[in-house]
Design a binder for this molecule. Structure first.
Ligand SMILES: CC(C)(COP(=O)(O)OP(=O)(O)OC[C@H]1O[C@@H](n2cnc3c(N)ncnc32)[C@H](O)[C@@H]1OP(=O)(O)O)[C@@H](O)C(=O)NCCC(=O)NCCS
Length: 178
């Protein structure tokens, strides 16, 4: 374990974690040009955390990372892939799971191992669900995270064109789970 890493435990989100996650969402869910918080999207993610279906009809399963004081420092979600992802990867929804909503507190991201711990827990969860692959996409708002996915996934798989609107392409990655 690197010297600067943070000891975290990863567990399933409970509703009581959402207030602690909200400031982390507000750090990262921002318009890429103006830097303004995208309030509607923060609200949607909180709804998904309370098990509301997303626009693909999916219920997202959230994992949270906590430091040794119990403070929540990040989250990732997993669900079955949407149709654009299954088409892009030429897979079926039963064979794969998709990573969603990866956010680590600015205080602890990029190098302390929090994202890796969450990612490994997501992979273990996907494998327990019977999936063979974890699929990832990341849109143009988050290019600074692409190095993370290059590091933790097996391979990148090009872009889904216009995934997040006209001209907003999503880069994709894949990881084998078994
Ligand atoms: C993307 C994110 C969840 C990753 O979590 P993290 O805690 O920063 O990741 P870790 O510190 O565990 O990094 C794991 C490995 O990836 C590497 N890494 C992390 N971010 C990287 C980056 N931007 N570029 C290159 N490598 C990176 C780390 O050095 C580490 O390598 P190592 O295990 O060999 O030492 C986090 O950076 C984040 O919340 N970013 C802002 C929001 C965001 O962009 N979310 C993704 C939306 S798609």
């Amino acid at each position: 374990m690197p010297l600067n890493s943070l000891a975290v435990t990863v567990r399933t989100l409970v509703d009581g974690d959402i207030p602690a996650l909200e400031p982390i969402l507000r750090q990262h869910v921002r318009d890429r040009y103006t830097g303004e918080i995208v309030e509607s999207e923060v609200q949607l993610i909180k709804d998904y955390m309370r098990r509301a279906p997303d626009n693909a009809g999916r219920i997202r399963h959230y994992l949270v990372a906590c430091d040794d004081t119990g403070q929540v420092v990040g989250c990732m979600a997993v669900s079955h892939p949407d149709v654009e992802m299954t088409n892009h990867f030429a897979t079926n929804a039963g064979e794969s799971v998709e990573l969603l909503n990866a956010f680590v507190s600015e205080e602890h991201f990029r190098g302390k191992g929090v994202g890796r711990a969450l990612f490994e827990a997501v992979c273990a969860y996907g494998k327990d669900c019977g999936a063979r692959y974890l699929l990832v996409n990341s849109g143009p708002r988050y290019p600074e995270s692409w190095g993370f996915y290059d590091r933790v996934c097996d391979s990148e798989h090009g872009f889904i064109q216009h995934k997040y609107g006209e001209g907003r392409h999503a880069k994709t990655w894949k990881k084998k789970l078994s």
